[in-house]
Ligand binder design. Sequence first.
Ligand code: ATP
Length: 204
Amino acid sequence: MSKRIGVFGGSFDPVHIGHLWIAEAAREHLSLDEVRWIPAATSPLKTNGPIASDEDRLQMVRLAISGNSHFVLDERELRRGEMSYTVDTMTELVAEHPGDNFFLIIGSDSLETFDRWREPKRLLELVTLAVIQRGGDPVVDVSVVDQYVDANEPNQNAVSVVPMPLIQASSTDVRNRLANGKSIRYQVPAAVEAYLHANKIYQR
Ligand code: ATP
């Protein structure tokens, strides 16, 4: 039987409670069999590269998702090491799982930049976008994908908006709080908080 697979990419610098919540909300809303977490080597649209090392980001995701049998860590983008283009990763995954359905989980801030992604039209042939409204974004504007969907053959599955409460959490905020000696308790899982303190990551 074909599976429904969620793919969740990001810098995860570090992983925070918002990431976990949106992955779980997408899993439930879309009846996903699994969510693959794929830390990016370098995200093409981010101005700066990640601050924590690849190994630390991986380990923090590993700690964060342990205990959820639907969550899987996928290290391929870090192993590949170069710029992480989602279309390359999805092409690989679809070839490995013929017949399965893929859902790419993204926040609404990522959707806004969709027209600057590599090969957006081809990407939409491979996945349905599972979009979560991000705190600060007034609405989820899905019209950015219209230009890539054939008007004569409307792809009803191009985007699915996942309902959930707005979460303001961001990795930037967690990093800033650590740099300023502030508490990050409950903003990241306890094991990730302990890892960040033990390894003095993001601290001045
Ligand atoms: P940074 O603050 O460093 O930019 P971030 O918190 O956005 O990081 P990423 O690892 O870049 O974290 O995010 C991965 C994906 O998760 C992106 O698609 C992003 O839009 C989404 N995301 C992150 N936090 C939230 C949130 N609070 N609500 C909705 N989506 C989110």
